[in-house]
Design a protein around this ligand. Structure first.
Ligand code: RUQ
Ligand code: CUA
Length: 656
């Protein structure tokens, strides 16, 4: 035990040293660094009016959202709200969108999002949807890449710390969500000391409707109580399998930094999901009571609904012989990455000096010939030597994640030694290494998690920023670094700040996504029950203490813009429809003292702001988005009378 602590401390100190040394060097070398001595600036320069080559979707980590950047420029294009309330456009505040954040724990307006993954067809990016996980209150979201909107969120029952998620199979058959923390299943009041052998780790396979993208939990594989850290699908020859790294196979429940680092090897769990799918399709598995939210945004009513689902199908791995095996992998592996051919499975052992690469062909052979080395909870452990494809010898310290290009090379990030190391898949020879600033987590190559990577750029997503930008107090935005990887050596082109904590990112050529990007919502398709599509729909209705305002807006007025007859104690719903049918002309709506965010209503859409006026008076409303030369004139008044007033409801536009 003592020894492990010492190693852990040494590693931590090494991390500190690398950062400090490098940061010292950087300070003194302003202007003589990296890109500036080459034509790097030109290669990332996207001239005014021109577009980037790639979209990069970066997870927001503790923002709970997804941020879109253009590559190679590093320009931030958009933040897409997913799991967190977003006052910028009212997501998670409006009547229409609050159901998106409903869970079995009630309204949860925040999450921690880590791994975006773009839908695929035949192992290639198709740009239909992007999925992302919520870690904290386990959820998976689907974002439509026409609207760049979160269209669906499904909660994952029996899970906790939904981290080995959301990765997709090569025809988007499944989005997979694995639990990081094992928990009692079903949840119950029990002693934490009884963890070992009692907790379960659920690996959840969510099927995706190919027409609509709709998700539904097909089954949950109830694995032993380890920590399931990351995962990747097999592809091509290994399509049909899914691989999950585990740590804490010790099943420790305290001081994990020491107690979960005892075993020389943890496992990569190899799951033959096709076999389990067949088993389930033939009536296998056990339905157990559950309670989880499934939230869907309807595009035509612009309104989300949340449904609680009461049952989930679970599968015990021991009931499907031949479906699950353990691949021994040194030492507390983090990333679990599969190369574009589907042959190699790379386990990035955080505390291991070498990188272990397993062979899929050898794995199948070992399974067929029963080359086992014991079992864990009845699941066969394959013999390490028999499945080993090769070892990348001493490439660096603290390997986390590996990404692939289109020329047979792999790029592994090293957190402790703060570098990216390029190595040859198959010969395991290190080809190049470049420092990053500082302490890189994931790397991303557009398409790097598919059969067909685009080998132009590698983006390092760094955890520590220090001196890379002007200081902004104790907290700096994280730093990303863009490398050109076309040549033999990686070349640093650009630093850019990223919002929140990007863990993983997914990149895709702009030409796949941009042409189908939505410009407006057609008014004719607007099925919102409170829409006011023409001026004859405009009205204000009272129903007891509830008041519904059917309002619309067009440059540059609200209809109505004067309302009287509202009383203190009322609950006023402003249902606001944007009548514009023109690209990029949203209008905003805000009212003084509202306990929620504004609305930002897209052309053709309807959104609802709820207001409970607390004070008598005449209160303004206004448009928040500078929409025309007369934007400042886009305003109105609401008269609020005492609760016992007998002033009748009335509304008007353009009358004196
Ligand atoms: S993590 S920095 Cu994917 Cu959440 Cu490794
Ligand atoms: Cu509408 Cu400003």
């Amino acid at each position: 035990m003592k020894k492990s602590i010492n190693i852990a401390i040494a590693l931590v100190m090494a991390a500190g040293m690398v950062s400090c040394n490098d940061s010292g060097k950087q300070n003194g070398k302003k202007g003589s660094q990296g890109g500036l001595s080459t034509n790097a600036a030109e290669r990332v320069y996207v001239a005014p009016g021109e577009h980037d080559e790639y979209y990069g979707f970066f997870s927001g980590g503790y923002t709970g959202n997804l941020t879109v950047y253009g590559l190679p420029s590093g320009r931030m294009l958009k933040e897409i709200p997913v799991f967190s309330q977003f006052p910028t456009n009212g997501y998670g505040y409006t009547e229409e969108t609050t159901p998106m954040l409903n869970t079995s724990f009630g309204f949860v307006p925040w999450d921690d999002s880590h791994h975006p993954d773009i839908s695929q067809t035949n192992g290639e990016l198709d740009g239909r949807w992007i999925f992302i996980n919520g870690n904290n209150t386990p959820r998976i979201a689907r974002i439509g890449l026409e609207s760049f909107k979160t269209e669906e969120i499904i909660e994952i029952p029996n899970s906790a710390g939904n981290h080995s998620s959301s990765f997709i199979t090569e025809n988007t058959e499944y989005v997979v969500a694995g639990t990081r923390f094992s928990v009692p299943v079903p949840q119950r009041d029990m002693s934490i000391n009884e963890y070992k052998g009692q907790f379960k780790g659920a690996l959840t396979f969510i099927n995706v409707d190919q027409e609509t993208g709709r998700m539904g939990i097909k089954f949950q594989l109830m694995m032993p109580g380890f920590n399931y850290d990351l995962s990747h699908p097999g592809r091509d020859k290994s399509h049909g399998w899914f691989f999950f790294t585990t740590y804490n196979t010790e099943e420790a429940h305290t001081l994990l930094e020491v107690n979960a680092s005892q075993n020389d090897k943890d496992f990569i769990a190899a799951v033959n999901w096709k076999k389990i799918e067949e088993y389930v399709n033939n009536g296998g598995g056990k339905k157990v009571p559950a309670n989880y939210a499934h939230n869907i945004l309807d595009e035509n009513s612009h309104t989300a609904t949340s449904t609680m689902i009461k049952e989930v199908l679970t599968v015990d791995p021991l009931d499907v012989p031949g479906a699950v095996y353990f691949l021994p992998t040194p030492k507390s592996p983090h990333g679990c990455d599969v190369d574009p051919t589907g042959e190699y499975i790379i386990g990035n052992g955080k505390l291991s000096a070498d990188l272990t690469v397993h062979s899929f062909t050898k794995m199948i052979d070992a399974i067929e010939n029963k080359k086992f080395d014991g079992e864990a909870y009845g699941i066969p452990i394959l013999n390490f030597e028999d499945i080993l494809a090769g070892v990348v010898k001493q490439p660096g310290l603290g390997p986390l994640h590996t990404e692939f290009d289109n020329k047979g090379n792999a790029y592994t990030t090293f957190f402790i030694s703060s570098e990216v190391v390029k190595w040859k898949v198959g010969t395991w020879e290190v080809l190049d290494r470049q420092p990053v600033f500082y302490s890189v987590g994931h790397g991303m190559i557009p398409g790097g998690n598919s059969r067909k990577p685009f080998g132009d750029y590698f983006v390092a997503m760094n955890k520590i920023t220090k001196d890379r930008y002007l200081p902004t107090g104790p907290e700096m935005e994280h730093s990303a670094q863009l490398f050109d990887i076309n040549g033999d050596k990686m070349e640093l082109l650009l630093d850019f700040p990223t919002h929140g904590e990007p863990h993983y990112a997914a990149g895709i050529p702009a030409e796949i996504v941009a042409p189908k990007s939505k410009k407006i919502y057609k008014l004719a398709d607007n099925k919102h029950p409170y829409a006011s599509l023409s001026n004859s729909d405009v009205r204000v209705e009272r129903n007891g203490k509830e008041v519904h305002v059917y309002m619309n807006m067009i440059r540059s007025h609200f209809n109505p813009d004067n309302i009287e007859g509202i009383k203190v104690g009322d609950k006023v719903y402003f249902h606001v429809t944007n009548l514009e049918q023109d690209f990029d002309v949203p209008h905003g709506f805000a009212v003084i003292g509202a306990n929620t965010a504004e609305l930002l209503v897209m052309p053709g859409a309807t959104e609802t702001l709820t207001w409970e006026p607390k004070k008598v008076g005449v209160w303004p409303i206004y448009c928040t988005d500078f929409c025309s030369a007369l934007h400042q004139e886009m305003q109105g008044y609401v008269r609020v009378s005492p609760a016992d007033s007998d002033i009748e409801l009335s509304w008007s536009l353009g009358e004196d």
